[in-house]
Design a protein around this ligand. Structure first.
Ligand code: 4NP
Length: 149
């Protein structure tokens, strides 16, 4: 069983959307979860704007609950997709082994190989930022699914 973790900073905007989108494209033979590198929103539901854009595309992410990335996630998950360079640095800093480090990937590199593009943090912007993030993550999740199946 392949286990995939989506990671952003707060676990309320980008990574819960990525979790919902990827889950919707995979069977229950895969486990998909998300976490934030920070603990500000532990136990919180996703941001209303992420819930709204997910709903627009037929996904319900309203029941997800924020949690902080933990070093034990390196043992649980096979693939750890991060949204931006800061998330990458914060997760890799916790890696104990080269194997841990090798699990951490920038999610947009699945689409734009080797370009190291980031999924921008939409938290301080408007609705359009969330639509933009949705489209980026939808494309990236299609690429992830192609590689997994
Ligand atoms: P996320 O967005 O990392 O995509 O969940 C953010 C959510 C909250 C904050 C920053 C980014 N914050 O500073 O509270």
């Amino acid at each position: 069983m392949t286990k995939i973790l989506m990671v952003c900073l707060g676990n309320i905007c980008r990574s819960p959307l990525a979790e919902g989108i990827l889950k919707s494209k995979l069977s229950e033979d895969f486990i998909v979860d998300s976490a934030g590198t920070a603990n500000y929103h532990s136990g919180s539901a996703p941001d209303k704007r992420s819930i709204a854009v997910a709903k627009k595309y037929g996904l319900d992410i309203s029941n997800l609950s924020g949690r902080q990335f933990d070093v034990s996630d390196f043992d649980t998950f096979d693939l750890i997709y991060v949204m931006d360079h800061s998330n990458f640095d914060n997760v890799v800093r916790l890696a104990r082994t080269a194997k841990d480090t090798s699990k951490v990937k920038l999610i947009l590199n699945e689409v734009h190989h080797g370009k190291n593009f980031e999924v921008p943090d939409p938290y301080y912007g408007g609705e359009h930022g969330f639509e933009n993030v949705y489209q980026m993550l939808d494309e990236a999740c299609d690429a992830i699914v192609k590689n997994l199946i």
